[in-house]
Design a protein around this ligand. Sequence first.
Ligand SMILES: [Ca+2]
Length: 269
Amino acid sequence: MTAPLAYDVTSLRNAIKGAGTDEKVLVEILASRTAQQVKDIVAAYREEYDDSLEEDIAGDTSGHFKRLLVILLQASRQQGVQQGNIESDAQALFKAGEQKFGTDEQQFITILGNRSAEHLRKVFDAYMKLSGYEIEESIQRETSGSLRDLLLAVVKCARSVPAYFAETLYYSMKGAGTDDQTLIRVMVTRSEVDMLDIRSEFRKISPKSLHAMIMGDTGGDYRKALLLLCGGDDAPETCEIQYRPKVWTHLLIQCVFFIFMTIYIVDSH
Ligand SMILES: [Ca+2]
């Protein structure tokens, strides 16, 4: 099992088996992972705990939020663009939300849970032309709670996964205090995947680079490890100079982190 996969499996287990449910972790992981990654997570979870992740999540959540999580766990998004459905999907979303008294959440779940990212981006454009709203605005108005968070995460990931993680990292550090669990989880699971793209997206939304913000928000060995996962420091608007530590250094750090977090999590229960 790779370190990021093991980290996902442990994070999901702790999100549902701890006291209460950590919806934020469910949302972040299930909205952003590829179909193959979700399948690997489900298989690794079964191997590790001899439990069904779908049953465990379904047992811990409810309503429309649960329904969309289950669809995402089944990892069966359509492939490519269904040209003939772009307009009708946009209309169905408009009718299910802005044009309806109340909201038909099921329609949002079906379309956002089953269409490909590529198809959804075209639906969002058609939706904007049709309604005059960004789909995010309508989701904000028409839904609430964990379902709203999950729908927004799915939309953001359909638009750009690195942009979604740049935003997640930014809010984990912005303002007073730091959401260390989120910061570590994103850095460990994305460092070998799309960290350079995340760093460049981060630069678009933050006055400081990811590197500089980690420097300011953390300390000691923890900071050193996070900075290694991050790589170089990006100047505003340019990401030309890209420093990448050797792959084995990354893996070593991930392993150390993983062990550290496992001890921390086990210890805190
Ligand atoms: Ca409505």
